[in-house]
Design a protein around this ligand. Structure first.
Ligand code: NAD
Length: 479
């Protein structure tokens, strides 16, 4: 493509985006999205879309990610349906104005909070849970009465195609526009003015999104990544911890925003934990995980090279491959994108493995002297999206939770805090801002308008100038 052709097609893209967004804005301005019945209709449409297209979506995720059907169903389909059903059953209540108390000085009168939709929202999604991370933000946006532009990830192109082809049939097409494509499409979208942007993806792109949003003072929810630690204390039930950490690390081949990134374990329990995790992986995937239908693949060659590159930097003696090895760079396994579940014992703290989000089935296990050292380790790094603590002592759990900061946390398990439909989900600091799921999502996409109403009877001049001593005395008494 010549430079001139590229600029023509860019203009076409911009024109297409502007036309589509104008269409959505007109729908919003016409007021069709306001009623609770319309909102429920859209959410129910999203549920029907997920149910009617389950097989196509699961096949698309298998093609994009080598995702086993059970993982496709649990993490993307059933979780989206459960979240949507919860919201549909409560949105009527959440959308109602809520009364507030009035202080004496403003009486008589009444006050209420009126949740109103923000208007035109933009949802940008990543590839790792390519159905859930489109549907759940859509549920929240429609629940709040907005119109939505959606940009699925080009990396999970098969899933993006199913969504773009079928989803519009299930909702009010006047209120939805789907833009398939890569970063150029996102960039062109972000140049436009939105009333709300909901972005899920990497911390670096999150910065780009926030910068673009600042131009228009658009509020954002940023659902980002990071290194989510696991703290395993001296008194933990190691065999249970090993199973649950092993599962959380290799679900979707470790390509989960809240996957355990690394483990900090009391040095007296380290070897037992390493054995336990290795045994768990052996039980899950057998001697040759490459041949297990239950173990996914790395999304593409770029990420595969990135992951094997992390291992190449390390001393061989510290790397334990579960089952078949053959995962060093240049050897991507039989189907090109396989990477065996791998433990790395006590990697250097300044290695790339310990300074970047791993996002793959590699698990560094780091020995610490005690829980205080684990807490310090976590606090010296950017605030993570999730934190996991395994301990039999509620006092130790409280100590970890109260002395660290993370977007969410899960005690004695991994990943599961994403599941309850009314548990707010999101990051803090470098792992993001804002929350969704259940009422938190409704609130994120709403303007909570505070309204005070006064009757016109009973007019008095107590707070009006001219001020005098009598007014001052009285006001000091009653305020
Ligand atoms: P990504 O940031 O590369 O891409 C996310 C989206 O942004 C995609 O739709 C992509 O097309 C778009 N994009 C890419 N570059 C862009 C640019 N320069 N300008 C504008 N838009 C751009 O992330 P990814 O690789 O798709 O997903 C993996 C990351 O997402 C990981 O860091 C992971 O932790 C994070 N993540 C977070 C959550 C969460 O809930 N917090 C969930 C899933 C994934």
């Amino acid at each position: 493509m010549t430079q001139a052709e590229a600029s023509v097609s860019k203009t076409e893209l911009e024109t297409h985006i502007e036309t589509e967004l104008a269409r959505l804005s007109n729908t919003f301005a016409a007021g069709v999205t306001r009623s609770v019945a319309w909102r429920k209709g859209q959410i129910n449409g999203l549920i029907r879309f997920a149910k009617d297209n389950t097989d196509a979506l699961i096949d698309a995720m298998a093609s994009d990610l080598g995702r086993p059907p059970i993982e496709g169903w649990t993490a993307d389909i059933s979780s989206s349906i459960a979240g949507a059903e919860y919201v549909a059953s409560r949105v009527g209540k959440w959308a109602k104005p809520r009364r507030r108390r009035l202080p004496v000085v403003t009486q008589p009168g009444s006050a209420k909070v009126i949740p109103e939709p923000l208007g035109l929202s933009l949802v940008i999604a990543p590839w790792n849970y390519p159905v859930n991370l489109v549907l759940e933000p859509l549920v929240a946006s429609f629940a709040a009465g907005n119109v939505v532009a959606v940009k699925p990830s080009e990396v999970s192109s098969a899933t993006s195609a199913v969504i773009a082809k079928h989803l519009p049939k299930y909702v009010d097409e006047r209120a939805l526009a789907i833009f398939e494509g890569d970063a150029d499409v996102s960039t062109a979208l972000l140049a436009q003015r939105f009333d709300h942007i909901f972005f899920t993806g990497s911390t670096n792109v999150g910065r780009i999104v926030m910068r673009a949003a600042a131009e228009h003072l658009t509020p954002v929810v940023l659902e980002l990544g990071g290194k989510s630690p696991v703290i395993v204390t001296k008194d933990a039930d190691i065999s249970v911890a090993a199973n649950r950490i092993a599962w959380g690390k290799t679900f979707n081949a470790g390509q989960t925003c809240i996957a355990p990134d690394y483990v900090l374990v009391d040095e007296s329990r380290r070897d037992e934990l390493v054995d336990g995790i290795t045994t768990a992986w052996q039980t899950f995937y057998g001697d040759r995980p490459a041949e297990s239908p239950d173990f996914g693949r790395i999304i593409n060659e770029r990420h595969h090279r990135r992951l094997t590159g992390l291992l190449d930097e390390l001393d061989d003696d510290t790397v334990i491959h579960s089952g078949d090895a053959g995962t060093r760079s240049g050897d991507a396994g039989a189907d090109g994108l396989y990477l065996s579940p791998t433990i790395v014992i006590d990697p250097p703290r300044d290695s790339s493995l310990m300074t970047n989000e791993i996002f793959g089935p590699i698990l560094p296990i780091i020995s610490v002297h005690d829980v205080t050292e684990s807490i310090q380790f976590v606090n010296e790094r950017p605030k993570p999206l999730a934190l996991y603590v395994f301990s039999e002592s509620s006092k130790t759990v409280d100590q970890v939770l109260s002395q660290t900061s993370s977007g969410g946390a899960c005690v004695n398990h991994t990943l599961l805090h994403f599941v309850p439909p009314d548990l707010p989900f999101g990051g803090v600091g470098a792992s993001g801002m804002g929350r969704y799921h259940g009422k938190a999502g409704f609130d994120a996409f709403s303007n909570m308008k505070g309204v005070l109403s006064k009757p016109t009877v009973g007019e008095h001049n107590l707070v009006y100038p001219p001020y005098n001593d009598a007014k001052q005395k009285l006001l000091r008494k009653i305020l």
